[in-house]
Design a protein around this ligand. Structure first.
Ligand code: ADP
Ligand code: MG
Length: 613
């Protein structure tokens, strides 16, 4: 709940608006109190039939406490008031009408300002959550799951908004009106009002117990909503696979299981909420019974007059009616409390290391990359993905890494741009531990192309220039030429300005990869990392790209995971990995001679290009 109040406190940043909103709430509540007094006068005129505005004004002066004497009406004003009884009713009704219109206008202003304050606060919280999420360490996001993060950013902030609105706009207005009703009741008859107040502790207990239950159920409901996001995004993103495997029914069943759980928790939370209402009403009825018994005694003994009795009861009724929705709001605030806890788990998470502005920049790499005895285990995995790997690569060298699936090739390459931090050992570039330099300066000199290329929904030009904002169109075209992408780009209607779909939906796999290669080329990296970067490109174009890559790698250090023999043969050195270890390294011929693993890989994995067949 603490987190909810922390987020609620952020609304105070808009001090002027909040202050104005609260003043409006107070004014509108005071208006209600005054209206009740006005109605009492009408009731009195009708029931007692001997009152006019002058009597009312005199009684007002009598009832004023001593310290408010300055507000008493002077006699000449009182004498100016009309005398008739019916006229008095007309005047009072007219005054009430004006007061009501004014009160409603002020009440609306309160609501309007509150809505603005709440939603601009939510906008900030959401923006902060997103900017935190993109700065999380990759390992953290992998462990949490993307859908979970999305659900917290989108869904939980919406639930929080409901809670904040309940707090600032509705709860405060209702409390104000409730208090106005109670104050008026005390004014009419303090004994009856006192009994009503006695029920407060019991109400408090009921609300407290139920609140705790609601918070727990809400937390579970929000968690299963995150699972719902996960199940649906997973299935929809892989819709091609789902369709060709005709697993629609399977996916629907999976979705339905999670959906059922999510609904079950939600029903639980709402049931507790619903339960609180009859409990509170039963309490209120008990209090009413006690009040009526007491009041009838007073009336029969002549200690209480009928107009006061009616008005006390009426005021208490208004107080109860105003406070009743409050329990619902308290429960909404509790649901928001569960959401606030989940949101703050993101906003409080430690960002990725290495972004400290005090860290020195890494100079452009000119000497070597060294993996010094590194060991790494993915979060949540049982087995290390890399075990005591040591490897030194000289500047300008091209190293091909081969190994069976899951042997740790991709993981090893991820260590260079520090996508993950090693558990033991160190990665050194030009003899500097990469943890001691700023990540920006490290990543700025690395170009990465992986098997799963990422294309954003934007123009081809922007996609190539992604991360190199100041690139000119000439440089972009040049990079595209080097990646052998210019032909197909120029043939498309729109050329470089053609918009490509989300995840590259309007491009073939090979075209996506060529754009990704152009993107890496444009960065002019000192270190080039290619992880099966050409796996989707047909053999004929690949031969051309291989040649282009070879030109491009000159003067750069290059780590390549490849599945084509030609690429491997073009490397200066071949490193063989198996089960997270480097098992051998050397030239193609040496390795064929002495490494069983390499021989197997060369036979079964490395695809010969046309040149070799
Ligand atoms: P390769 O690229 O050689 O096929 P990877 O480096 O991708 O292999 O994977 C090495 C090992 O690490 C595999 O056993 C794989 O299951 C595991 N692994 C890869 N990514 C993750 C991850 N995000 N979480 C847990 N384990 C992972
Ligand atoms: Mg891989």
């Amino acid at each position: 709940m603490q987190e909810f109040w922390q987020f609620a406190r952020r609304m105070l940043r808009q001090r002027a608006r909040v202050a104005l909103a609260l003043s409006c709430a107070a004014i509108s509540a005071a208006g209600l109190g005054v209206s009740l007094l006005g109605i009492l006068q009408i009731v009195r005129i009708i029931l007692e039939q001997n009152q006019n505005l002058r009597d009312i004004a005199r009684r007002f002066n009598d009832k004023l406490p001593a310290w408010l004497d300055f507000a008493s009406l002077p006699e000449n004003i009182i004498l100016a008031l009309p005398e008739g009884q019916h006229t008095a009713v007309i005047w009072l009704v007219a005054a009430l009408a004006v007061l009501t219109v004014f009160g409603e206008a002020v009440g609306f202003t309160h609501q309007f300002l509150s809505i603005r304050v709440v939603h601009s606060t939510i906008r900030d919280i959401r923006a902060e959550a997103f900017s935190r999420v993109v700065r999380l360490p990759l390992s953290e996001l992998v462990a949490r799951g993307v859908a979970d993060a999305i659900s917290r950013m989108v869904n939980d902030t919406t639930v929080l908004a409901v809670g904040l609105t309940a707090l600032l706009s509705k709860a405060i207005a209702q409390i104000g009106k409730g208090i106005a009703g109670l104050v008026a009741a005390f004014f009419f008859d303090w004994r009856m009002a006192g009994i009503a107040i006695l029920t407060a502790p019991a109400l408090y207990l009921v609300i407290r117990v139920i609140s705790r239950k609601i918070r727990r159920a809400s937390r579970k409901a929000l968690e299963s909503q995150a699972d719902l996001y996960e199940a649906s995004t997973e299935a929809l993103q892989a819709l091609r696979v789902v369709k060709v495997h005709t697993t629609e029914a399977h996916e629907s069943a999976r979705f339905d299981r999670i959906n059922a759980e999510s609904i079950r928790q939600m029903v639980k939370a709402k049931t507790y909420r619903a339960l609180s209402s009859p409990l509170n009403e039963a309490l209120a009825l008990l209090a009413l019974g006690a009040i009526v018994i007491l009041a009838s005694g007073f009336i029969l003994d002549g200690k209480l007059d009928t107009p006061d009795f009616i008005m006390t009861l009426g005021s208490l009724g208004i107080a109860a009616a105003s406070l009743k929705p409050l329990t619902g709001m308290i429960h909404q605030i509790n649901e928001a409390g569960a959401a606030a806890t989940r949101i703050s788990e993101i906003t409080r998470a430690q960002p990725e290391a290495g972004h400290d502005a005090r860290l020195p920049a890494l100079d452009r790499h000119t000497r070597s990359i060294t993996m010094d005895n590194i060991t790494f285990t993915y979060p949540g995995a049982d087995e290390p993905a890399l075990r005591e790997v040591s490897l030194t690569i000289e500047h300008g060298e091209t190293v091909a890494i081969v190994g069976p699936n899951g042997s740790g090739k991709t993981t090893l390459l991820s260590m260079v741009p520090r996508l993950f931090d090693v558990d033991e050992g160190a990665v050194l570039i030009d003899d500097r531990d990469i943890r001691e330099v700023s990540v920006e300066s490290l990543r700025a000199q690395i170009g990465v192309v992986t098997q799963e290329t990422v294309i954003f929904r934007s123009s081809i030009r922007d996609n190539i220039a992604y991360g190199t904002a100041r690139a000119t169109l000439e440089q972009i075209k040049d990079a595209a030429r080097k990646a052998r992408a210019s032909d197909f780009i120029e043939q498309r209607p729109g050329g470089y300005d053609a918009i490509v779909g989300e995840r590259g939906a309007t491009l073939s796999g090979g075209q996506c990869q060529r754009i990704a290669i152009a993107r890496a080329v444009l960065r002019d990296p000192a270190i080039l990392i290619l992880d099966e970067a050409t796996s989707m490109i047909d053999a004929d174009s690949e031969a051309k790209i291989a040649q282009a890559i070879q030109e491009f790698t000159r003067g750069r250090t290059c780590l390549i995971v490849a599945h084509r023999l030609s690429t491997v043969l073009g490397a200066d050195r071949i490193v063989v990995m198996d089960s997270g270890r480097i098992v051998d390294q050397g030239s193609h011929d040496e390795l064929l001679e002495r490494s069983d693993t390499y021989r197997m890989i060369a036979q079964h994995q490395l695809v010969p290009t046309q040149a070799e067949t």
